[in-house]
Design a protein around this ligand. Sequence first.
Ligand code: FE
Length: 197
Amino acid sequence: MTAHATPSTTASLEQRADAIQAVLRSKGMKPDEFIEQANHLVEEQWVPQNGARVVARAWTDPAFKARLLANGKAAVTEMGLEMPLHHRHLMVLENTPAVHNVICCTLCSCTAFTLIGLPPDWYKDLEYRARVVRESRTVLKEMGLDLPADMEIRVWDTTADTRYMVLPAQPPHTLGWHADQLAALVTQDALIGVARL
Ligand code: FE
């Protein structure tokens, strides 16, 4: 064995986090309040139900859908939804009978998180990030989505300033439903593109 032992002088993650918080507090900042606010945002406001509402609106309002596909960020802002400044563009990708869209971040874990929620663990795994771009049909099949051989698959790799959301195809039996009922059908997996509805 040639592996080196971890030097005993290395502090644990917890110790390092405590040290950073102590410095922030000593400078009059409020790290505990910040963390509490961030947790609140994640759990209560950055949820896939936001994206689901957008999808339901697009299914029931053709003029809105046209605006959403032309300029996603402007259209979701119109609904009172927020995106951080650095999410400069939102591209909404429409699934059709011939085309299926799926998103990833090959570098790390980027998503339009204010709309589709924080990414699931599998989205951040090297396995998904590496394989979905090379063998998307196989990866989707392994995740339970067996697409017809003649359906085109488009894989979209998120960047720092361009975020994506899939607009799933509306299930035919739901035509005429109210937007609230429709929104309840839309899952985070469908917004990422690893499921169809
Ligand atoms: Fe990323």
